[in-house]
Design a protein around this ligand. Structure first.
Ligand code: ZN
Length: 84
């Protein structure tokens, strides 16, 4: 098992974070990230992104937009209700 050099490309880290790598590669990356501030910072910021996006979205959706969106979805849901 060769040691992984500083993650050579964001794609490998993305695969790592999505858990699609084989177990041995994942373990090797675990070891690397644990000892590499640069990669650790990337992982930390990547993992924080969904929360940041959620907060940004919540903050920019005006109440009246949310209300009309809910009304629209409710109407659609009713329209597509199976006959019974
Ligand atoms: Zn690194």
């Amino acid at each position: 098992m060769k040691a992984i050099a500083c993650v050579s490309g964001v794609e490998l880290l993305m695969d790592y974070l999505e858990g699609v790598l084989s177990a041995d590669v994942h373990t090797a990356l675990d070891d690397h990230v644990a000892g590499c501030p640069r990669c650790a910072a990337f992982v930390a910021s990547y993992c924080g992104t969904p929360r940041i996006l959620r907060e940004a979205t919540a903050a920019t959706l005006p109440a009246h937009v949310e209300a009309s969106l809910r009304a629209f979805l409710r109407a659609r849901t009713t329209a597509f209700k199976p006959r019974g």
